[in-house]
Design a protein around this ligand. Sequence first.
Ligand code: MD6
Ligand code: FE
Length: 212
Amino acid sequence: MQNDLFSSIAPEMEKIADGVHYFRNYVDGDLFFEQIMEVARIIPFRHMVTPGGKRINVAGTSMGDAGWYSDRRGYRYEKSDPLSGKDWPPIPKNINHIISEAAAKAGYENFNADSCFINRYQPGVQLTQHQDQDEQDFSQPIVSVSLGVSAIFQLYGDIRGGTAYNIPLHHCDLLIFGGPARKYFHSVKKLKTDNHPLTGDKRYNLTFRKAF
Ligand code: MD6
Ligand code: FE
């Protein structure tokens, strides 16, 4: 019989709430970071603007068949980069396999991301409270991977505001949002000034989605 000691000390997956699953130190950071650098070489990080014209302080780029995009015309998914006209780089199969496998462990059997939005945070940058609701099928989860400097992810509920449940996200952590939590409000606290050997003073977050 397998010894259960380590799985009880450090389970691979922790259910934080219905629809919220947390995997500590789950991914190969070098693999994901190299892919981010490759995507950024083709389609550099940029600051988009909200439909209201406000600069988004978190810098973004995308890979996949669709990329999340925001400008004066609204929030949406675009099949190519409106700025450069280029296609978003594809999501490598080995990376999508890791993401699908994690989703299956959380109970989402056939999750296959067609879009990955990549966020980059500099010190002092935060992500304000929002819902992810530009995708077509809310029965599909969102799988998030964090790299570099740690940050506090704040989870609210179905309505904006109130008291947050704080989830510290560290290098190589994976978080799944689905089911009843799929449209929960959430935010990321201001990034502290810190240094990570791989990413310097920055934090990166990849969110794998089924956009279409
Ligand atoms: C971030 N993440 O961690 C931002 N959204 O930097 C998100 O906004 C997010 O992690 C939907 C589902 C999972 C997420
Ligand atoms: Fe989000």
